[in-house]
Ligand binder design. Structure first.
Ligand SMILES: Cc1cc2nc3c(=O)[nH]c(=O)nc-3n(C[C@H](O)[C@H](O)[C@H](O)COP(=O)(O)OP(=O)(O)OC[C@H]3O[C@@H](n4cnc5c(N)ncnc54)[C@H](O)[C@@H]3O)c2cc1C
Length: 383
């Protein structure tokens, strides 16, 4: 066991933190107010090798393992999880799916521009009637001649309005169940495609959209992997995304803790800094204690995944613990800041709005509880 970061991991950590503080922090409020993604920042992340950090170098990535990548996503989320999610939607979810499932030709076509931040690729799995039960999807793809004809709706798609391409999970034959599910790349300039913005409680610097596909015709060769492998390939991408969502939740918690410590020393009431009151110290010290433990659970899951070892229940535990802690930390940090914490003058309100989202995407809390239960009991509550 080695509980120390390597020199390389420390360097990545410093670089990502400096980028977040120097490049993200000065513009985040402006972009949140406009409800827009700072696309220039995404491009800079591409130039610095952060977008495809875990993608092999031969496809334009930086070739680091999952632990190093988790450390980077943690630091970026320290400032804004929303801006980081925009990068994560394509730099992690789409990139992993393509890296795991696409043909060599498709990888060469899609991955290098994605890693440079020059093209945005979104992933459309969830639908109006299909969330956690992803295999029950209703979007149809029919092969007509040499083209797929796609009809359906996808909901809550990260970067759905700014994407150049969407990887769409479709059913090709209802009678086949998951064996009929295919993943098909649809360029967003295809006639019949439209995107419709969704306003959420958080993710204000994001681009969340519902997508409609009306007789969208795309070439047959846009199929990623084989029919019957669509769900499996997408789930591998989601597995990676959930690790980095957990790491992001740790970054938000650290920010809430740091902000609370600073404020508790600066703010005085009853003639003393509020940090000298035992109840404020309890809040801060208890958060710090939980963060120390949960961070290691996230790194442990990342290490198992990097070593290609089974990591299902460990990663589900990390996702539950880290996202719950971010929600709790942001709420408690606001209370330490009093009314000032409810304004955008301090970083904690931003994390309060965003942290709840980490409990839903990448698999809800309940789905991860069932994943752990399935492994421990060898009984599947979901089938
Ligand atoms: C910020 C954000 C970004 C997202 N980005 C994307 C994206 O890029 N692409 C994409 O395809 N999707 C995306 N999603 C959608 C996300 O994947 C879904 O929200 C998630 O899978 C849950 O589906 P649902 O919201 O339909 O909830 P549902 O599945 O309807 O669940 C509702 C509630 O019921 C519970 N529940 C469901 N089944 C069970 C069960 N068997 N036992 C116990 N409880 C159960 C759930 O845990 C939850 O509490 C995003 C969501 C968010 C919030």
């Amino acid at each position: 066991m080695n509980f120390n970061l390597t020199e390389e991991q420390k360097m990545l950590q410093d670089n990502a933190r400096n980028f977040a503080i120097n490049e993200m922090l000065p513009t985040i409020q402006e972009f949140e107010e406009q409800r827009k993604v700072n696309h220039d920042l995404t491009k800079k992340m591409g130039e610095l090798g952060m977008l495809g950090i875990h993608i092999p170098e031969q496809y334009g990535g930086s070739g680091y393992d999952y632990t190093a990548a988790a450390i980077v996503w943690e630091q970026l989320s320290y400032v804004s999880w929303s801006q980081t999610l925009s990068a994560l939607g394509h730099g992690v979810l789409a990139a992993t799916i393509l890296n795991m499932g696409a043909s060599e030709e498709q990888k060469q076509k899609y991955l290098p521009p994605l890693c440079r931040g020059e093209s945005i690729i979104a992933v459309g799995a969830v639908e109006p009637n299909t969330g956690s039960d992803a295999g029950a999807l209703e979007t149809k793809a029919e092969l007509v001649g040499d083209e797929w004809v796609i009809n359906g709706t996808k909901n809550f798609i990260t970067s759905g309005g700014i994407a150049d391409t969407v990887l769409v999970l479709c059913q090709t034959d209802n009678s086949l169940g998951w064996k009929g599910i295919a993943l098909i790349a649809v360029d967003t300039n295809t006639p019949g495609f439209s995107s419709h913005p969704v306003k959420m409680v958080g993710d204000l610097a994001g681009d969340m959209c519902n997508l409609a596909f009306l007789d969208c015709r795309v070439p047959r060769e846009n199929l990623i992997n084989k029919i019957g492998r669509g769900l499996h390939t997408t789930l591998r991408g989601i597995d990676t995304a959930r690790l980095f969502i957990s790491a992001g939740a740790i970054g938000m918690t650290q920010c809430c803790l740091d902000a609370s410590i600073k404020y508790a020393k600066e703010r005085s009431q009853f003639g003393k800094p509020i940090g000298s009151f035992q109840m404020i110290q309890d809040t801060i010290a208890s958060l710090a204690a939980q963060l120390m433990a949960v961070r290691w659970q996230v790194y442990y899951a990342a290490d198992l995944k990097s070593k290609n070892l089974p990591h299902g229940k460990e990663l589900s535990a990390a996702k539950i613990l880290a996202s719950d802690l971010a929600v709790k930390a942001s709420e408690q940090a606001i209370r330490v800041h009093g009314a000032y914490g409810c304004t955008d003058d301090y970083p904690v309100a931003r994390h309060y709005r965003d942290s709840i989202l980490t409990t839903i995407l990448g698999g809800t809390r309940e789905m991860h509880i069932l994943t752990i239960g399935r492994e421990l009991l060898n009984l599947d509550a979901m089938s």
